[in-house]
Unconditional design. Structure first.
Length: 88
């Protein structure tokens, strides 16, 4: 398979953009919210675990950060929902 131009290997790798939606969106659609959080946590752990042993340490840390940012976004939204329920 030919490599696509202008690849963003951390945020939007080309091999995840071969279909109409990215793999992460398909995962989110097929999993429950709790399962999706677990998926994100697992990927954070995976990249943090192996980064010191690879030549691409910075890229793996950036990937861990990418998954962390997604998890943080979900948790912030959930916390906001809880806060609004308590106010009323």
């Amino acid at each position: 398979m030919e490599k696509l131009n202008d690849e963003d290997e951390v945020n939007h790798p080309n091999h995840y953009k071969l279909f109409k939606i990215e793999c992460i969106e398909a995962m989110k659609a097929m999993l429950t919210e709790e399962e999706f959080r677990g998926y994100l946590r697992g990927n954070i752990f995976k990249y943090m675990w192996r980064y010191p042993h690879k030549k691409t340490t910075v890229k793996d840390l950036e990937k861990a950060q990418w998954y962390f940012d997604r998890l943080l976004e979900i948790e912030k939204k959930e916390e906001e929902k809880r806060s609004e329920r308590i106010r009323y």
